[in-house]
Design a binder for this molecule. Structure first.
Ligand code: SF4
Length: 304
């Protein structure tokens, strides 16, 4: 089967089986092309709430499928590749957070959306990379414990100096691979091209950047910017998507190592297999859903 034939078969099957396909921006182009919606993980979860299909297939990593289920508990949710986990999300488990809560009893526990449902269930407020600064500013408690990503946490801490923020020392292995030397080399190779980076990069990297924002923020900045060349400091698939979307501009990866192997586990063939043969749907108990959705709802309330 060619890629085109497999895509056509996927489009036929998803209609026949009443499936909405969501694809995170870090997926490959052949998957983005057959998706009903593409974007960041929380945006996709919100979209899934209003689709008519009863079945939702997430092409991304496990916490993203979990977030879809939290917001649409009545839908059947599937993950395209069962092995696709997020190493950042796995750095803070429930027991670890409960032990921290004993150590920091008066703190508001703020958890990045890139976390498991079990971890969310024992935290107070969720944030996304684009909403983190605003949400933390709006929390009443002056004492914040931010987890699991210390780089996003450090970015928030810098933007919200009035809060007392403790950081868990976790991090995204993909964005941690980018170094200040990469920024200097990319700037020297492409003088005048703005450096756009994700806040999951180290502070020593973000300090040298021209723009710091979520993946969606980076894409918007690159598409709307008047410049003709850009250096992209997030997962390298974003650079590829931008090059296709804006062929008259040039996009350079900040580091050839900025690749999320977990995101790249999912292939078009996985999507095909899932639709053709079916696989177990994501199971979450009603109790877990009820507890884990609370910090997400609190994020929505504080973000209004
Ligand atoms: S890029 Fe980082 S945070 Fe995103 S899925 Fe990969 S490891 Fe997790």
């Amino acid at each position: 089967m060619t890629i085109r034939e497999m895509q056509d078969e996927i489009l036929r099957l998803k209609k026949e089986k009443d499936v909405c396909i969501l694809a995170h921006t870090y997926q490959s182009d052949d998957i983005l092309e057959i998706a009903d919606f593409t974007g960041d993980s929380f945006g996709l979860s919100v979209k899934a709430q209003s689709v008519p299909q009863e079945n939702v297939l997430m092409c991304g990593v496990r916490f993203m499928a979990e977030t879809v289920k939290l917001l649409s508990p009545q839908k059947h949710v599937y993950l395209s590749n069962d092995a696709a986990d997020c190493p950042l999300a796995d750095q803070a488990d429930r027991d670890f957070v409960l032990a921290l809560r004993e150590q920091f009893p008066d703190y508001c526990f703020v958890v990045y959306i890139n976390s498991t449902a079990e971890t969310k269930a024992v935290c107070d407020v969720c944030v996304t990379s684009s909403s983190a600064v605003k949400i933390v500013k709006n929390i009443e408690n002056p004492n914040i414990y931010f987890l699991p990503d210390c780089n996003l946490g450090a970015f928030v801490k810098q933007q919200v100096p009035e809060k007392n923020i403790e950081l868990m020392h976790g991090g995204c292995p993909t964005h941690l691979r980018v170094t200040p030397a990469d920024v200097k080399a990319a700037k020297a190779a492409h003088p005048g091209a703005p450096v756009l980076v994700h806040p999951e990069c180290r502070p020593s990297v973000t300090a040298l950047a021209d723009y710091i924002g979520s993946t969606t923020g980076i894409i918007d900045r690159a598409k709307q910017g008047d410049e003709k060349e850009f250096i992209i400091g997030t997962e390298n698939s974003v650079r590829n998507h931008l090059q296709l979307a804006c062929p008259d501009k040039r996009f350079y990866p900040l580091s050839k190592d900025c690749v999320c192997h977990n995101m790249q586990l999912t292939t078009l063939a996985d999507v095909y297999h899932m639709l053709r043969f079916g696989k177990p749907e994501l199971e979450m108990s009603p109790e877990l859903i009820e507890k884990a959705v609370r910090p997400v709802n609190e994020m929505l309330r504080l973000g209004e």
